[in-house]
Design a protein around this ligand. Structure first.
Ligand SMILES: [Zn+2]
Length: 94
């Protein structure tokens, strides 16, 4: 009986971790897309940016960033997965 309860509890826990991971991954991908398009400041995370040709300037903190350099540094899907991995995959979670 308690073994079955543990099994169910473990399955629910795994499902919650999986859903949490999926949400994090989607958010990270969306945020990277915004950064890449010059819609979000890399410095203060603000979304009020003025586009001047290939340069996006933040209206909040004044940070300027070249969109060409952003594209060169764009993070691929596997790197997104690496930064959004569930904590137990890093071997530090107990
Ligand atoms: Zn900014």
């Amino acid at each position: 009986m308690s073994g079955l309860a543990k099994l169910i509890g473990g399955a629910i826990g795994a499902a919650i971790v999986w859903i949490y991971w999926q949400v994090r991954q989607r958010k990270a991908a969306a945020r990277l897309a915004e950064l890449d398009e010059g819609r979000r400041c890399v410095s203060c995370d603000g979304t009020d940016l003025a586009r001047e040709g290939d340069v996006a300037r933040c209206l909040r903190c004044g940070q300027t960033v070249s969109l060409a350099s952003l594209r060169a540094a764009v993070v691929n899907a596997s790197e997104i997965a690496a930064v959004t991995k569930p904590p137990e995959d890093r071997g530090t979670w107990r």
